[in-house]
Write a protein that binds this ligand. Structure first.
Ligand SMILES: NC(=O)c1ccc[n+]([C@@H]2O[C@H](COP(=O)([O-])OP(=O)(O)OC[C@H]3O[C@@H](n4cnc5c(N)ncnc54)[C@H](OP(=O)(O)O)[C@@H]3O)[C@@H](O)[C@H]2O)c1
Length: 297
């Protein structure tokens, strides 16, 4: 069996990656947050420790998932954001290059400025937040210095159950607290991305030598309001909970980091190469809610 070293595997995407890849590969899963017994401590800011791990484990692939993913935290802690998201990525890339190991890096739709309606893989990024910029600088380093790499750009991530820090869990946690009215924004657009489909599609790609940058999101696109509506529908709560549309400035105190109006991606390159295994976001959301959330309400 081939071996994969995963950096930053303790989060919502890491859960899906561990579940998928540990069935077919020998996986060494690492993070700084040891929230599972299968995780080992490794900090991507620590070049020497990553290098030591790579020399000991001798992986066939390095998957780099580690990041500070809270946009507001990144705006308030700018140096920390670049130390982890950019310099941490440079560390992983330098070591992958030294040992000639293909590197998988997870980038984000948040590297665009949102002025276009829809972004394909060839659109030129122009990040407007420190999170987006720190992730994009990591992407640029990889693209300039490596030849064997996959950069996968994900959209609004959904998955991970109790590890989900993002929109789906934020809505469901309000419902768990007994809220009868939910506010959701209508003027921010994106492409939901199911962690389980993402893991499967990454597995599909690493079996090829088609290195490069790929958008990798679910089919279709949505506003936050559309996603909230679909969550309520899947929980049979559409009639019981009032869903109120608002503009993004309604949340500007809590969510003060700049966000692109549109983070909609299309998987153009995956489609052109006939490698797109991502399903539509509504089917994925339905599966995710049935699997991870139904019993918790
Ligand atoms: N979530 C999204 O909507 C989204 C969208 C597009 C792309 N992505 C990218 O997808 C990847 C996985 O994100 P995710 O959604 O799974 O986020 P997540 O749940 O926040 O997972 C990221 C993991 O990285 C860990 N980490 C932070 N600093 C680290 C360090 N110095 N060394 C090692 N691990 C460290 C985090 O630990 P702590 O919890 O202690 O910080 C966390 O366990 C990231 O690269 C992210 O930028 C995410």
């Amino acid at each position: 069996m081939k071996k994969i070293l995963i950096l930053g595997c303790g989060g919502m995407l890491g859960k899906a990656f561990y579940e998928h890849f540990s069935k077919k590969y020998i996986v060494e899963a690492t993070d700084i947050d040891l929230n599972e017994k299968w995780l080992k401590y490794l900090d991507v800011r620590d070049y020497k420790e990553i290098r030591k791990k790579v020399m000991d484990f001798v992986p066939d692939f390095v998957f780099h998932l580690a990041a500070l993913t809270d946009l507001e935290f990144c705006e308030n802690n700018i140096e920390e954001a670049y130390r982890t998201n950019t310099v941490g990525t440079e560390n992983a890339a330098m070591i992958a290059k030294e040992f000639n190991i293909p590197l998988v890096y997870i980038s984000t739709a948040g590297i665009y400025d949102g002025k276009k309606d829809l972004y394909d893989d060839y659109d030129v990024p122009n990040p407007i937040s420190h999170y987006g910029r720190s992730k994009y600088m990591g992407e640029i380093y990889i693209r300039r210095h490596l030849t064997k790499y996959f950069v996968f750009r994900a959209g609004w991530m959904m998955g991970g159950g109790k590890k989900d820090k993002k929109f789906v869990s934020k809505i469901i946690k309000q419902l768990q607290k007994g809220k009868k009215e939910i506010y959701a924004v209508t003027d921010l657009y994106g492409t939901p991305t199911y962690t389980n489909d993402f893991a499967k599609n990454v597995d599909h790609l690493i079996k090829t030598n088609y290195y490069g940058v790929y958008n990798m999101v679910c089919g279709g696109n949505a506003s936050r309001y559309d996603v909230a509506k679909e969550i309520l529908k899947n929980l049979n709560l559409s009639k019981k909970i009032k869903l109120t549309p608002v503009k993004s400035d309604f949340f500007s105190k809590d969510y003060f980091a700049p966000r692109p109006d549109s983070e909609r991606l299309v998987n153009l390159k995956l489609r052109l190469r006939k490698l797109n295994k991502m399903r539509g976001w509504k089917a994925c959301l339905k599966e995710y809610i049935n699997k991870d959330w139904h019993e918790k309400l």
